[in-house]
Write a protein that binds this ligand. Structure first.
Ligand SMILES: [Zn+2]
Length: 240
């Protein structure tokens, strides 16, 4: 049985009965098992770097939890559509027209939850106070902001066999000189830019646009390299 706690909601900052909230939405885990319902085996040194299924924390009041679940419902069907769309090997990206506000707020909710969560799987996501507060305010007011505000560049490995069944702990990355965080949820990568400076035009055009244009970049070869590099990095405990 789930127990509720009294405390201050991290989103609206009101004293409330807190819900035991998911850090990552449940639907992210649906591809983690193969047809025989076996989870992929992860090398033992890497286990602590993967995100445990169903991780929860007392963070939000019911009202704020309901806000997030609205974006999650939207994102869940969109991500399913992305993952099942037909892809030509020659394509470098696929375009979707999405609801800017719903999906942008979903992206921000991922980043923000990872930033405030105290579990060690998310320990690399350290948002500077000014960014944490700005994102909290945007989410609280349901203001998706401009497309360059905490933009997210999304890459998919369409033919993945291994990584599609793993959720790795988010890691800190440098992207074109900007601070950022990489989230890997199965075969989808989310590169969040968390910087006070504008990224260059190429990256800007890769973010979800206010017109609703969402570009998903495709990497047809990258999976093996990603997996190998990750294993090496994890092994040496120097995750970049
Ligand atoms: Zn609240």
């Amino acid at each position: 049985m789930t127990k509720d706690n009294n405390g201050t909601c991290r989103l609206c900052l009101q004293p409330s009965v807190l819900r035991n909230s998911h850090i990552l939405p449940e639907f992210f885990y649906s591809d983690l098992y193969d047809k025989k319902h076996r989870a992929i085996s992860v090398p033992s040194y890497a286990k602590e770097k993967t995100v445990q299924k169903g991780l929860r924390e007392y963070l939000l009041c019911q009202e704020c939890e309901t806000k997030f679940s609205k974006y999650e419902t939207y994102a869940s069907s969109l991500i399913k559509k992305i993952r099942t769309s037909s892809i030509d090997k020659k394509d470098n990206f696929i375009d979707f027209i999405v609801d800017y506000k719903s999906f942008k707020l979903f992206q921000l909710s991922l980043l923000w939850r990872a930033g405030i969560c105290s579990d060690k799987s998310y320990s690399q996501v350290i948002l500077a106070k000014k960014h944490e507060e700005k994102i909290r305010y945007m989410l609280h007011k349901e203001d998706a902001g401009k497309y360059i505000d905490y933009g997210c560049w999304m890459v998919m490995y369409p033919d993945s066999q291994k990584i599609k069944r793993i959720i790795w702990s988010p890691s800190m990355v440098k992207i074109d000189g900007h601070n950022g965080y990489k989230f890997m949820t199965g075969n989808l990568m989310w590169y969040f830019f968390v910087s006070s400076h504008k990224p260059n035009a190429d990256f800007q055009s890769s973010f979800l646009q206010e017109t609703g244009l969402l570009k998903i970049w495709l990497d047809h070869q990258g999976e093996a390299i990603v997996y190998e590099n990750m294993a090496k990095a994890l092994n040496s405990r120097k995750v970049k």
